[in-house]
Write a protein that binds this ligand. Structure first.
Ligand SMILES: Nc1ncnc2c1ncn2[C@@H]1O[C@H](COP(=O)(O)OP(=O)(O)O)[C@@H](O)[C@H]1O
Ligand SMILES: [Mg+2]
Length: 330
């Protein structure tokens, strides 16, 4: 089956001083209809920029190469009208900070009605009919009162539920969720993730779920792509036996995560600091921090190769014989 969203050798460069800086380097990723894929990595690895490229919301002056296709249609090639129609009907987005994406002087009701009507595909009264059940579906009890309130009258968790309702109100096929719970307190985080997970499954929605939390990614997604310095270093299906990544960076991320119910005096961390794509010289981006680094890693950039259950870009794994170096898609 062909993919609903297909990112093909995406490269994004942003203006910096007199030149350009690469922030996304050769990212390829497919999401099939109904499938949930997580994009995981440290801050600055390029997760948000990848989603922004999909939505065509890149910063001014950005240069994009490669292609992004939705249901076979190239998003970078869409004209304004097609892009507006696509955004209004086929894709929904939830961001990290709901307050930055809602007009503070309009009521919740106005915000939701406007979202559903966007592009004039639905009348205001039909839009209103759609909203109440959605509000209840995201766990908002006193719907009528909430619709008349302003964003500042709602807690962060409630406001994020409103954003989820807005994202789903146009009945999209794909949900892009960029760290939707990072700004919320822990209890609220769990509730919001549970709502996204349940509604997504019920509706057979595909999802790109961005997080820096590997456990969360494994809990709600069918597969995980790990990003480092603007590239995907490992892509792997999540199984019932939990996560078992093979790339040294992905292993490090897994080891460094806090374990629930265990109080550790000091969290293990990966030596060194994360770098951005434009800081990568020849060779593997992770070479400066990798415990397994070899000469070849510093000279030659590894390409993704198939391993059982996924793809990994690592010379050392290739050399150990557990990868097919076909560089191919999964
Ligand atoms: N508006 C911007 N202008 C220039 N560089 C940016 C901008 N936003 C992000 N970057 C850079 O792009 C890279 C990727 O950032 P981002 O996609 O936001 O990472 P993540 O979401 O994984 O934390 C980083 O090096 C970051 O500094
Ligand atoms: Mg981000």
């Amino acid at each position: 089956m062909s993919a609903l969203l297909s990112i093909d050798r995406l490269r994004v460069e942003l203006p910096a001083g007199k030149g350009m800086r690469t922030v996304i380097h050769d990212v390829s990723l497919d999401i099939r209809a109904g499938e949930a894929v997580a994009l995981v990595g440290e801050s600055g690895s390029g997760k948000s920029m990848t989603t922004r490229a999909v939505m065509r919301l890149l910063p001014q002056g950005a240069r994009l190469s490669g292609d992004i296709r939705f249901d076979g249609v190239s998003i970078p090639a869409m004209d304004r009208r097609a892009l507006r129609g696509w955004r209004a009907t086929r894709v929904g987005m939830v961001f990290q900070d709901p307050r930055a994406h809602i007009n503070p002087v309009r009521t919740i009701g106005d915000f939701l009605v406007e979202g559903v009507m966007l592009d004039g595909r639905l009348s205001a009264s039909r839009a209103r009919e759609r909203i109440s059940p959605l509000m209840r579906a995201v766990g908002i009890a006193d719907v009528d009162r909430r619709l008349g309130q302003y964003p500042h009258e709602l807690s962060g968790g409630l406001l994020q539920r409103v954003m989820i309702a807005a994202a789903l109100s146009t009945e999209p096929e794909l949900l892009l969720a960029d760290e939707p719970t990072t700004a919320l307190d822990v209890t609220t985080q769990e509730e919001v993730v549970a709502i996204i997970d349940e509604l997504r499954r019920e509706r057979g929605l595909a999802m790109l779920f961005i997080t820096h939390d590997l456990d969360l990614a494994a809990a709600v997604c069918d597969s995980i792509a790990v990003m480092y310095a603007g590239s995907i270093v490992e892509e792997r299906k999540t199984g019932p036996s939990g996560l078992d990544p093979s790339h040294p960076y992905a292993k490090g991320l897994l080891a460094a995560r806090p374990k629930l119910g265990r109080r550790e005096r000091r969290l293990p961390t990966i030596e060194g600091r994360p770098i951005s794509a434009f800081e990568v010289s020849a060779g593997c981006a992770f070479a400066t921090r990798c415990p397994l680094v070899h000469d070849r890693c510093r000279r030659e950039r590894p390409v993704p190769a198939r391993v059982p259950g996924g793809r990994v870009a690592c010379h050392r794994i290739e050399e150990s014989g557990s990868a097919d170096s076909d560089g191919g898609a999964r």
